[in-house]
Design a protein around this ligand. Structure first.
Ligand code: GLC
Length: 573
């Protein structure tokens, strides 16, 4: 009998104990995270849990209100105990901070507010001692307008850096070259009076796009990668790589119905997004990466179909090892049917590639706020989402604070907004401050983020009870649930490398799948509803089930009762 044939029955088992509080099976102690046996493998990233760390908000060691590299070093033990294998550090390069680091003015240095290159080297070596690799965020599409290349470029039409950026004449007096709209509002073109031409910026005007058709740009960027590899960096997350190229003929985008958050007519991004030339560039970039064993490329790849995603792996798996699949982030409700469809789409279309599902990051409203239905227990939904995310095939990328079940802390007044898009698009677009508030370490002042100096964003109001210290001591906390699931990924091969199979269910609110490796099968049951669900796994597990991690679940043999938003991870005996 194949797993696919097994029907899970939606029986209500009156014989089961009525309800049990949430619990975690075989709870591990914080210090007991087993080592990752694959840490030295060339494809270590397939067995890794990556942690996205936003340095402004992680830990502020010098009490100036923003986080810094030394703050990260002070908390590396925490990350080791969580089971983190690699940190994706969002940009800490010198920057005017218009887009909080995504406007880089020097790719080969550290912004003084975060520390020095020496601090960075110490971070790399202290992390290495704990089995943690550092991955940098490489802002490949654009620089800051304060980068020396752009200052040169804008100074005259004949400057040797002119062609590092995209300069064009307007199509008529006071009219930009075409109708393209910046993702952050308004035209994508800005007239620069010094030379009377427009430059192109997909994001803010302070973020001019690099011209990747200029081989000198490519050479500079590739050499920058080599420079960081030699410093011990294990890879890059490529920022906005899907907009690296634009249509060479600058054709107008088709205009759609309605307006965006900034009041401009919406448009189909036909000519300024996903231009196929990106693939050849990524293949060349991958050759640079392959000069250094074990290095990895993660891509911020927004795609509309899994086929488009598959292209980012390259025709011979010679582009990105880890292109991100963002199509979970648009579901925005606990809809088991849609989750299942999107998982299956990747499983059948990833061209042999290794998946990277995305649930959360520094640009997206925190997952408990996106997915928790009105009135439901957010912590229980946090556990359910963790059980989904950490048991799928692929490499999970945990956004800092999700492991605590942190909530969005949105600004309530426009004047408090720090993220410029929030000021431009208020109130429709509140910006991304809410998901970037300081990490909550303990119940002391400012959640232990610093020693009391005003923090760049306010600390979440629930910090006294939702923090690392409190949750570490609570065996059924969201944090200990994450630790338990990560421990399972390290110790149960079916979960880290097993095949994925959807299991048929009789209730549309259940998501059920199995992972199989070396003859061992692990079953995952997720109740995406507030109603109790009862399932028989007798056909699949005639000899019974061994619970590996459960929350809001009661079991009797192969009969499983899942309370609201309950989750079960169990091995078939
Ligand atoms: C990416 C980053 C985002 C940034 C943008 C421009 O989408 O994740 O934070 O604003 O690129 O660099």
């Amino acid at each position: 009998m194949t797993l696919r044939n097994i029907a899970l029955c939606g029986l209500l088992l009156a014989t089961l104990v009525a309800s049990l509080p949430t619990f975690v099976a075989a709870q591990s102690s914080a210090a007991a995270m087993p080592p990752n046996r694959h840490a030295a493998d060339a494809d270590w990233w397939k067995h890794a849990v990556v942690y996205e760390l936003y340095p402004r908000s992680f830990a502020d060691s010098n009490n100036d209100g923003t986080g810094d590299l030394n703050g990260i070093i002070q908390h590396l033990d925490y990350l080791q105990q969580l089971g983190v294998d690699a940190i994706w550090l969002t940009p800490m390069f010198p920057s005017p901070q218009v887009d909080f680091g995504y406007d880089v003015s020097d790719y080969r240095a550290v912004d003084p507010q975060y520390g020095t290159l020496k601090d960075f080297d110490r971070l790399v070596s202290e992390a290495r001692k704990r089995g943690i690799k550092i991955i940098l965020d490489f802002v490949v599409n654009h620089t800051s307008d304060q980068h020396k290349w752009f200052k040169e470029s804008r100074s005259s039409r004949t400057n040797r850096y002119r062609d590092f950026y995209i300069w064009r004449d307007g199509r008529a007096p006071n009219e930009p070259p075409n109708n393209w709209r910046s993702l952050f509002g308004g035209s994508s073109w800005k007239l620069d009076t010094t030379t009377g031409q427009y430059y192109y910026h997909f994001f803010y005007p302070e973020q001019p796009d690099l011209n990747w058709r200029n081989p000198k740009v490519e050479r500079e960027m590739f050499n920058t990668m080599r420079w960081w590899f030699k410093r011990g960096v294990y890879g890059f997350r490529l920022d906005a790589v899907d907009v690296l190229y634009e249509d060479p003929n600058l054709r107008d985008n088709p205009v759609l119905e309605g307006t965006d958050a900034y009041g401009s007519p919406k448009q189909e991004r036909k000519y300024d997004h996903s231009i196929p030339e990106v693939h050849a560039a990524l293949q060349r970039m991958r050759r640079v990466v392959d000069e250094y064993p074990g290095r990895v490329l993660i891509g911020e790849t927004w795609t509309s179909t899994p086929q488009e995603l598959a292209e980012y792996y390259g025709p011979h798996n010679d582009e990105l090892q880890l292109p991100m699949y963002f199509n979970f982030t648009t579901i925005n409700k606990l809809d088991a049917v849609r989750f299942r469809q999107r998982i299956e789409a990747v499983e059948t279309n990833s061209a042999g590639g290794w998946p990277v599902f995305v649930l959360s990051n520094h640009d997206i409203i925190r997952q408990v706020d996106r997915y928790t239905p009105p009135g439901a227990d957010k912590d229980q939904v946090a556990r359910l989402l963790a059980a989904l995310y950490l048991t799928l095939r692929g490499t999970p990328i945990l956004y800092m604070g999700e492991e605590l079940g942190m909530h969005n802390n949105d600004p309530v007044r426009r004047e408090d907004v720090k993220d410029v898009i929030g000021r431009l698009g208020w109130p429709k677009e509140k910006g991304r401050d809410g998901e970037r508030t300081p990490m909550q370490w303990d119940a002391t002042v400012n959640a232990g983020f610093n020693q009391g100096a005003a923090t760049w964003l306010p600390v979440g109001s629930d910090y006294k009870t939702r923090n690392v210290a409190v949750e570490s001591a609570d065996p059924v906390s969201v944090l200990n649930w994450y630790r338990r699931l990560i421990e399972l990924r390290r110790t149960v091969p079916a979960l880290s490398e097993g095949d994925y199979n959807t299991l048929p269910v009789s209730d549309e609110h259940l998501l059920a799948f199995s992972r199989t490796s070396q003859g061992k099968t692990v079953v995952v049951l997720l109740n995406m509803s507030g109603d109790e669900q009862t399932v028989s796994l007798a056909d699949l597990a005639p000899r019974g089930l061994r619970a590996l991690a459960t929350t809001a679940v009661t079991m009797s043999g192969a009969q499983v009762k899942l309370s609201a938003y309950g989750a079960l991870v169990a091995e078939v005996e």
